[in-house]
Ligand binder design. Structure first.
Ligand code: MN
Length: 483
């Protein structure tokens, strides 16, 4: 269990995440304006988005479908009845003066996301997923004395996915977020790009003494935009709260900002409650009624989900939950793995991908899609070891050359003359030379000092430049010593 040692007690951290996922859809949730990223400011704004008088919202069926897909991916109940409410507040980037959201009747109810951490596999509860619209963007850094508004994002569909306060460590929160991202990416319902803002995370953090039941006041840290920042924000905010409790200070429920440069959270505003927003049903929109047939047809159309894929990797290939989790964290890695294993030992292929390949990719700052080593080349490398053509030790050198040149391992082995010596006559000659060079060691072995045999095998490998098949060397050495 993850706890933080304080002066007076060990403290436990309680974490819940609210994640806004921008829905992948060509047009906005209540208008026909485009959602394409990176367009010139205020060029993708319809009269509805700009809240001109008399303009009426029309619900985009694609956004509803994306919510249902995601709900199924979250193992959640799909609500056949849902409804829109107005959340009223004033802000310059919200022309209507309210956000259309779902408070009382969200489209998706309770579900869960399965995570695997160093403490094992468990389910993190999802409270709900609701459909709402995004606001525009205020730009404060273009002129010293002016602020600008870009309404392109105003009205883009969002899925807000609210977890239960089930997470107990930064590691769990990070893993939950990664799994969530894997799910929406696999389903094609959100691109999951946190750095472009299409997935934004609000982190609810509270602490309590280990063993305590019930929850203490929480702090919401707003708009944290990477997995790493989420984990850091939790650590920093938990430490701040513990320090306050331990010096007998109390604090109010509030909303704070995470500053990744100064590594601190800062107050933003006191935490508002639902009644502050004067929610009421939006009179311009009808409730959304879904049929069983509609939900079933979507369920049948879904691709294999990351969780199912992970289970399949564990069952079919004997991978650990952790390894299977890493390989299914995104579609590219899973696709790479699946094309690499064709006809090979999947466990060994997984080790090469998660070992040498990932280490090199990380070091070079490359994604798996940019890997200079092709998937079938990894498979071929594992094949060469399995066939006894090269040793595991030589394979490391071959891999380094594959990374550098992007060439096939068989080609590299042939060119560099790295092929393992499996020819009995050649190996016997090497053994004879080694034994002749070390008559003292041979005498000791013959006198019963069996342990020295390993040392001799080492000498044989060295003499051959690592090219001798070790199993064959052992076997022939025994034969020679018995003579
Ligand atoms: Mn929201």
């Amino acid at each position: 269990m993850y706890t933080i040692a304080g002066k007076t007690a060990d403290w436990e951290v309680v974490i819940g995440l609210e994640v806004h996922c921008q829905i992948l859809s060509a047009s906005k949730v209540f208008s026909g304006a485009s959602t394409a990223f990176g367009a010139e400011q205020n060029t993708q704004v319809s009269f509805v988005d700009a809240a001109f008088p008399g303009m009426l919202p029309v619900l985009n069926a694609k956004c509803v479908e994306q919510c249902v897909k995601t709900g199924i991916g979250l193992n959640a109940a799909i609500n056949k009845y849902s409804r829109f409410d107005r959340k009223n507040y004033f802000y310059a980037d919200l022309p209507a003066g309210y956000q259309i959201s779902q408070l009382y009747h969200p489209i998706v109810g309770e579900g869960h996301v399965e995570i695997t951490t160093s403490e094992g596999t468990r389910k993190i509860g999802v409270e709900r997923l609701h459909l709402e619209q995004d606001a525009g963007k205020s730009i404060h850094d273009m002129a010293p004395d002016k602020s600008f508004i870009d309404l392109n994002r105003c009205g883009v569909g969002l899925m807000e996915i609210v977890s239960k306060p089930d997470m107990r460590s930064p590691e769990e929160a990070g893993e939950y977020l990664r799994r969530l991202r894997a799910i929406v990416r696999a389903l094609g319902t959100c691109d999951g790009n946190m750095d472009e803002g299409s997935m934004r995370c609000d982190v609810n953090v509270s602490v309590r003494k280990a063993g305590e039941t019930g929850l203490r006041p929480r702090v919401e840290v707003k708009n944290v935009n990477s997995v790493r920042f989420v984990m850091q924000a939790i650590e920093i905010e938990a430490a701040r709260q513990i320090a306050l409790y331990e010096s007998d200070q109390c604090f109010a429920q509030e909303t704070r900002l995470f500053d990744a440069v100064h590594m601190e959270t800062r107050p933003m505003r006191s935490k508002e409650n639902a009644h502050d927003y004067r929610y009421f049903p939006d009179p311009d929109l009808l409730p959304v009624i879904l049929t069983d047939d509609y939900i079933e047809s979507i369920r049948k159309s879904l691709p294999e989900l990351p969780e199912a894929k992970k289970k399949r990797y564990m069952d079919a290939f004997g991978l650990s939950a952790y390894d299977a989790g890493v390989l299914t964290a995104d579609a590219e890695t899973a696709a790479y793995f699946e094309s690499a294993i064709a006809g090979r030992d999947a466990k060994k292929v997984a080790n090469w991908i998660m070992g040498d390949l990932f280490a090199n990719l990380n070091k070079a700052g490359k994604s798996i899609a940019q890997s200079p080593v092709a998937a079938d080349h990894i498979g071929a490398l594992v094949g060469l070891i399995a066939d006894g053509a090269i040793s595991g030790k030589i394979a490391k050198d071959v891999f380094a050359l594959m990374w550098e040149t992007g060439r096939a391992p068989a080609q590299i082995v042939a060119e560099k003359g790295l092929k393992q010596v499996s020819d009995t006559g050649a190996v016997e000659q090497i053994i004879a030379d080694v034994l002749a060079a070390h008559p003292d060691k041979v005498a000791e072995i013959k006198a019963g000092k069996d342990k020295l045999k390993g040392w001799l095998v080492g000498q044989i490998m060295k003499a051959s430049g690592g090219a001798v098949n070790p199993a064959l060397a052992n076997q022939l050495l025994d034969k020679k010593l018995a003579e």
